[in-house]
Design a protein around this ligand. Structure first.
Ligand SMILES: C[S@@+](CC[C@H](N)C(=O)[O-])C[C@H]1O[C@@H](n2cnc3c(N)ncnc32)[C@H](O)[C@@H]1O
Length: 225
Protein backbone atom coordinates (compact mmCIF):
# COMPACT_ATOMS: atom_id res chain seq x y z
CA UNK A 1 0.00 0.00 0.00
CA UNK A 2 1.65 3.27 -1.08
CA UNK A 3 2.02 5.63 1.90
CA UNK A 4 3.52 9.09 1.57
CA UNK A 5 4.84 11.12 4.50
CA UNK A 6 3.22 14.56 4.73
CA UNK A 7 3.58 17.50 7.12
CA UNK A 8 0.29 18.93 8.41
CA UNK A 9 -0.39 22.57 9.31
CA UNK A 10 0.70 22.25 12.96
CA UNK A 11 4.05 20.79 11.89
CA UNK A 12 3.20 17.21 12.86
CA UNK A 13 3.47 14.47 10.30
CA UNK A 14 0.76 12.29 8.85
CA UNK A 15 0.56 9.71 6.10
CA UNK A 16 -1.24 9.91 2.78
CA UNK A 17 -2.69 6.66 1.51
CA UNK A 18 -2.21 7.30 -2.20
CA UNK A 19 -4.52 4.50 -3.24
CA UNK A 20 -7.50 6.03 -1.39
CA UNK A 21 -6.17 9.59 -1.67
CA UNK A 22 -6.88 9.88 2.05
CA UNK A 23 -4.71 11.13 4.91
CA UNK A 24 -4.42 9.43 8.31
CA UNK A 25 -5.19 12.73 10.07
CA UNK A 26 -6.49 16.23 9.40
CA UNK A 27 -4.18 18.18 7.11
CA UNK A 28 -4.94 21.17 9.37
CA UNK A 29 -2.94 19.51 12.15
CA UNK A 30 -2.56 15.83 12.97
CA UNK A 31 -1.41 16.35 16.54
CA UNK A 32 -4.04 19.02 17.23
CA UNK A 33 -6.77 16.76 15.89
CA UNK A 34 -5.75 13.77 18.02
CA UNK A 35 -5.46 15.88 21.16
CA UNK A 36 -8.79 17.62 20.60
CA UNK A 37 -11.00 14.77 19.39
CA UNK A 38 -9.68 11.70 21.16
CA UNK A 39 -7.80 12.91 24.23
CA UNK A 40 -9.80 15.99 25.29
CA UNK A 41 -13.32 15.02 24.17
CA UNK A 42 -12.91 11.27 24.64
CA UNK A 43 -10.44 10.26 27.34
CA UNK A 44 -10.42 13.38 29.54
CA UNK A 45 -14.18 13.78 29.26
CA UNK A 46 -14.82 10.18 30.32
CA UNK A 47 -12.50 10.54 33.29
CA UNK A 48 -14.41 13.60 34.47
CA UNK A 49 -17.27 11.45 35.80
CA UNK A 50 -17.20 8.21 37.84
CA UNK A 51 -15.41 5.43 35.97
CA UNK A 52 -13.69 2.12 36.43
CA UNK A 53 -9.94 1.62 36.62
CA UNK A 54 -8.19 0.64 34.48
CA UNK A 55 -10.07 2.69 31.93
CA UNK A 56 -10.62 0.51 28.87
CA UNK A 57 -10.18 2.15 25.46
CA UNK A 58 -10.86 0.64 22.04
CA UNK A 59 -9.36 2.24 18.95
CA UNK A 60 -10.49 1.56 15.39
CA UNK A 61 -7.34 2.06 13.30
CA UNK A 62 -3.98 1.99 15.13
CA UNK A 63 -2.37 3.58 12.07
CA UNK A 64 0.65 5.69 12.97
CA UNK A 65 0.21 5.08 16.71
CA UNK A 66 -0.30 8.79 17.43
CA UNK A 67 -3.50 8.35 19.45
CA UNK A 68 -1.89 5.50 21.35
CA UNK A 69 1.21 7.58 22.13
CA UNK A 70 -0.83 10.52 23.42
CA UNK A 71 -2.93 8.16 25.54
CA UNK A 72 0.14 6.45 26.98
CA UNK A 73 1.67 9.85 27.80
CA UNK A 74 -1.56 10.83 29.54
CA UNK A 75 -1.66 7.59 31.53
CA UNK A 76 1.84 8.17 32.89
CA UNK A 77 1.44 11.92 33.49
CA UNK A 78 -1.78 11.37 35.46
CA UNK A 79 -1.01 7.95 36.98
CA UNK A 80 -4.23 6.73 35.36
CA UNK A 81 -4.28 3.03 34.55
CA UNK A 82 -5.42 2.48 30.97
CA UNK A 83 -6.00 -0.71 29.07
CA UNK A 84 -5.79 0.10 25.34
CA UNK A 85 -7.03 -2.24 22.63
CA UNK A 86 -6.43 -1.20 19.04
CA UNK A 87 -7.24 -2.89 15.76
CA UNK A 88 -5.43 -2.35 12.50
CA UNK A 89 -6.03 -4.02 9.16
CA UNK A 90 -2.80 -2.84 7.50
CA UNK A 91 -0.02 -2.14 10.02
CA UNK A 92 2.36 0.66 9.09
CA UNK A 93 5.80 -0.78 8.46
CA UNK A 94 8.88 0.24 10.47
CA UNK A 95 10.52 2.09 7.58
CA UNK A 96 7.45 4.38 7.58
CA UNK A 97 6.65 4.83 11.30
CA UNK A 98 10.31 5.49 12.08
CA UNK A 99 10.14 8.63 9.92
CA UNK A 100 7.22 10.17 11.90
CA UNK A 101 8.03 13.20 14.08
CA UNK A 102 5.65 12.48 16.99
CA UNK A 103 8.27 11.89 19.66
CA UNK A 104 9.32 15.28 21.05
CA UNK A 105 11.53 13.86 23.82
CA UNK A 106 13.80 10.82 24.22
CA UNK A 107 11.21 9.38 26.62
CA UNK A 108 8.47 9.71 24.00
CA UNK A 109 10.75 8.11 21.42
CA UNK A 110 11.13 5.06 23.68
CA UNK A 111 7.36 4.96 24.21
CA UNK A 112 6.60 5.29 20.50
CA UNK A 113 8.99 2.45 19.69
CA UNK A 114 7.45 0.28 22.42
CA UNK A 115 3.99 0.84 20.93
CA UNK A 116 5.12 -0.23 17.48
CA UNK A 117 7.38 -3.08 18.56
CA UNK A 118 4.71 -4.60 20.81
CA UNK A 119 3.64 -7.95 19.41
CA UNK A 120 0.22 -8.35 17.88
CA UNK A 121 -2.63 -10.39 19.38
CA UNK A 122 -1.36 -10.32 22.97
CA UNK A 123 -1.75 -7.95 25.91
CA UNK A 124 1.45 -6.22 27.04
CA UNK A 125 2.09 -4.01 30.06
CA UNK A 126 4.19 -1.36 28.34
CA UNK A 127 4.55 1.08 31.25
CA UNK A 128 3.31 1.10 34.87
CA UNK A 129 -0.06 2.55 33.85
CA UNK A 130 -0.53 1.48 30.23
CA UNK A 131 -1.37 -1.97 28.86
CA UNK A 132 -1.65 -2.46 25.10
CA UNK A 133 -3.39 -5.10 23.02
CA UNK A 134 -2.90 -4.65 19.27
CA UNK A 135 -5.02 -6.85 17.05
CA UNK A 136 -4.25 -7.19 13.38
CA UNK A 137 -7.77 -7.48 12.09
CA UNK A 138 -10.65 -5.49 10.70
CA UNK A 139 -13.65 -3.94 12.41
CA UNK A 140 -15.79 -6.28 10.32
CA UNK A 141 -14.02 -9.38 11.70
CA UNK A 142 -13.00 -8.47 15.22
CA UNK A 143 -14.84 -10.26 17.99
CA UNK A 144 -14.70 -8.74 21.47
CA UNK A 145 -16.99 -9.15 24.48
CA UNK A 146 -19.91 -6.69 24.63
CA UNK A 147 -19.83 -3.83 27.14
CA UNK A 148 -16.02 -3.95 27.45
CA UNK A 149 -14.94 -0.38 26.79
CA UNK A 150 -15.25 3.01 28.47
CA UNK A 151 -14.11 4.97 25.41
CA UNK A 152 -14.03 4.18 21.69
CA UNK A 153 -11.72 6.18 19.45
CA UNK A 154 -13.46 5.68 16.10
CA UNK A 155 -10.64 6.72 13.77
CA UNK A 156 -11.42 4.94 10.52
CA UNK A 157 -10.81 6.61 7.17
CA UNK A 158 -13.62 8.98 6.19
CA UNK A 159 -17.06 7.62 5.20
CA UNK A 160 -16.66 8.68 1.56
CA UNK A 161 -13.39 6.68 1.35
CA UNK A 162 -14.28 3.65 3.47
CA UNK A 163 -18.10 3.57 3.69
CA UNK A 164 -18.08 -0.06 4.83
CA UNK A 165 -16.72 1.03 8.25
CA UNK A 166 -19.52 3.57 8.84
CA UNK A 167 -22.57 1.43 8.14
CA UNK A 168 -25.34 1.10 10.72
CA UNK A 169 -24.15 -2.46 11.41
CA UNK A 170 -20.57 -1.36 12.12
CA UNK A 171 -21.76 1.46 14.37
CA UNK A 172 -24.05 -0.96 16.17
CA UNK A 173 -21.09 -3.28 16.66
CA UNK A 174 -19.12 -0.40 18.19
CA UNK A 175 -22.06 0.67 20.37
CA UNK A 176 -22.40 -2.86 21.74
CA UNK A 177 -18.75 -2.76 22.81
CA UNK A 178 -19.38 0.29 25.00
CA UNK A 179 -20.06 -0.06 28.70
CA UNK A 180 -22.95 2.00 30.11
CA UNK A 181 -21.70 5.62 30.29
CA UNK A 182 -19.09 4.73 27.69
CA UNK A 183 -18.31 7.31 25.02
CA UNK A 184 -17.73 6.97 21.30
CA UNK A 185 -15.73 9.82 19.75
CA UNK A 186 -14.85 10.56 16.16
CA UNK A 187 -13.60 13.43 14.04
CA UNK A 188 -16.48 12.89 11.61
CA UNK A 189 -19.72 14.89 11.95
CA UNK A 190 -21.77 13.65 9.01
CA UNK A 191 -25.57 13.82 9.37
CA UNK A 192 -26.03 10.12 8.63
CA UNK A 193 -23.54 9.19 11.35
CA UNK A 194 -25.45 11.28 13.90
CA UNK A 195 -28.80 9.84 12.82
CA UNK A 196 -27.44 6.29 13.12
CA UNK A 197 -25.93 6.91 16.56
CA UNK A 198 -29.23 8.38 17.76
CA UNK A 199 -31.10 5.40 16.30
CA UNK A 200 -28.79 3.21 18.39
CA UNK A 201 -30.04 5.09 21.46
CA UNK A 202 -26.76 6.82 22.11
CA UNK A 203 -26.89 10.38 23.41
CA UNK A 204 -25.27 12.17 20.50
CA UNK A 205 -23.51 15.53 20.75
CA UNK A 206 -22.07 17.70 18.01
CA UNK A 207 -19.02 19.46 19.43
CA UNK A 208 -16.67 22.05 17.96
CA UNK A 209 -14.03 20.35 15.84
CA UNK A 210 -10.24 20.77 16.00
CA UNK A 211 -8.63 23.73 14.17
CA UNK A 212 -9.73 23.69 10.53
CA UNK A 213 -12.75 21.46 11.13
CA UNK A 214 -16.14 22.78 12.14
CA UNK A 215 -17.54 19.87 14.10
CA UNK A 216 -16.92 16.45 15.62
CA UNK A 217 -19.20 13.91 17.28
CA UNK A 218 -19.38 12.30 20.69
CA UNK A 219 -22.02 9.71 21.56
CA UNK A 220 -22.63 8.33 25.04
CA UNK A 221 -24.29 5.07 25.95
CA UNK A 222 -27.03 5.61 28.51
CA UNK A 223 -26.99 3.43 31.59
CA UNK A 224 -30.29 1.80 30.49
CA UNK A 225 -30.26 0.70 26.85
C1 LIG B 1 -7.54 7.49 9.90
S1 LIG B 1 -6.35 6.19 9.94
C2 LIG B 1 -6.04 5.92 11.66
C3 LIG B 1 -5.14 6.91 12.32
C4 LIG B 1 -4.61 6.40 13.62
N1 LIG B 1 -5.59 6.31 14.64
C5 LIG B 1 -3.41 7.20 14.01
O1 LIG B 1 -3.38 7.72 15.15
O2 LIG B 1 -2.51 7.28 13.19
C6 LIG B 1 -7.41 4.77 9.62
C7 LIG B 1 -6.74 3.44 9.90
O3 LIG B 1 -7.69 2.39 9.76
C8 LIG B 1 -7.05 1.30 9.16
N2 LIG B 1 -8.05 0.41 8.55
C9 LIG B 1 -8.37 0.30 7.24
N3 LIG B 1 -9.37 -0.60 7.08
C10 LIG B 1 -9.69 -1.06 8.31
C11 LIG B 1 -10.64 -1.99 8.78
N4 LIG B 1 -11.47 -2.61 7.94
N5 LIG B 1 -10.70 -2.25 10.10
C12 LIG B 1 -9.85 -1.60 10.95
N6 LIG B 1 -8.92 -0.67 10.56
C13 LIG B 1 -8.84 -0.42 9.25
C14 LIG B 1 -6.12 1.94 8.15
O4 LIG B 1 -5.11 1.05 7.73
C15 LIG B 1 -5.60 3.13 8.94
O5 LIG B 1 -4.46 2.81 9.67
Amino acid sequence: MPLKLITTADGSHSLLNEELNETYHSVHGALQESVHVFIAHGLVHRLSTPHETPLAIFEVGFGTGLNALLTLDFAEQHSQAISYTSIEAFPVTADVWQTLNYAATPEQKVRFEMLHHAPWETAQNLTPHFALTKLQTTLQNVSLPPASFDVIYFDAFAPNKQPELWTFDMLQKAARLLKPDGVFVTYCAKGQLKRDLKALNLTTETLPGPPGKKEMVRATKPVQV
